[in-house]
Design a protein around this ligand. Structure first.
Ligand SMILES: Nc1ncnc2c1ncn2[C@@H]1O[C@H](COP(=O)(O)OP(=O)(O)OP(=O)(O)O)[C@@H](O)[C@H]1O
Ligand SMILES: [Mg+2]
Length: 248
């Protein structure tokens, strides 16, 4: 499968926290491009800058220096409100700690970004139920987060990231609280969405989940220290590997 145009581009993206002796370079001159149709895995030890990279990519935080471009437009040209609107419309974000709203049911959590974007409540609910169906949670649509297991909450967060026509999915360890079977199922959903023309950036600690990606970048101390090529021969030879299974 050939990848499409570049949707996300980080150019010399740097994020520094604190100053002087307490300065932390969470991200240090990172260059990265992600194309439509591409799923890119991000791996690296705790504290290496993976969440920081995702926050930059999603416009949740802005680089100290360098640039983040979404479909060619610089996020730094937008104000906070503009970035929020862009995120709602174009970017699905699965947070490391889910971030579900406790007072809303699963279906309401998933439909919220659509309703905020002006989609009528009925249509938003229909889309939410379809997204919950994709993660096999349709039957828990009316439960509240505290009535669900950690893995179920995580799947709701994934449904919320996939709902509607989102084209860029940023997922920070979406399989962290899932058993391996459910984890594989979630990867299948992500893979299918990307194959259908979206793009994805996936943080994971698990090589077996990274195997679903087209390539992997490795971070250490805020720097990309290694990356696999998009079409490594090894990748093409593992015909039984996840990448080659039917997405659905
Ligand atoms: N608000 C902050 N103030 C100071 N330092 C921060 C802040 N946020 C992150 N950092 C530091 O930036 C570095 C990168 O953090 P980040 O959360 O991106 O790591 P990570 O790779 O996602 O780790 P994990 O696997 O544990 O989630 C860490 O050293 C962290 O302590
Ligand atoms: Mg993190």
């Amino acid at each position: 499968m050939s990848a499409g145009p570049v949707i996300l581009q980080l150019v010399g993206a740097t994020r520094v926290h604190g100053d002087g002796a307490r300065e932390v370079r969470a991200l240090d001159e990172v260059d990265l491009s992600v194309r439509m149709g591409e799923l890119v895995a991000v791996m690296g030890p705790s504290g290496s800058g993976k969440s920081t990279l995702l926050n930059m990519a999603g416009g949740l935080d802005t680089p100290t220096s360098g640039e983040v471009l979404l479909a060619g437009d610089s996020l730094s040209d937008l104000d906070a409100k503009g970035r929020a609107a862009l995120r709602r419309r174009r970017i699905g974000y699965v947070f490391q700690d889910f971030n579900l709203i406790p007072a809303l049911t699963a279906a309401e959590n998933v439909s919220l970004p659509r309703e905020l974007d002006g989609v009528r409540a009925r249509k938003a609910r229909r889309e939410a139920l379809a997204a919950l169906d994709e993660v096999d949670l349709r039957q828990l649509a009316n439960r509240f987060p505290d009535e669900m297991s950690g893995g179920q909450q995580q799947r709701v967060a994934i449904a919320r990231a996939l709902v509607g026509p989102r084209r860029l999915v940023l997922a920070d360890e979406p399989t962290g609280a899932l058993d391996s079977t459910t984890g594989e199922a979630v990867m299948k959903v992500l893979r299918a969405r990307v194959d259908a023309g979206a793009a994805g950036l996936l943080v994971t600690h698990e090589p077996r989940f990274a195997a679903w990606a087209d390539r992997t970048v490795f971070l250490r101390d805020g720097v990309i220290v290694d990356a696999t090529e998009p079409d490594e021969p090894e990748h093409l030879l593992t015909t039984a590997g996840p990448r080659h299974r039917d997405g659905r």
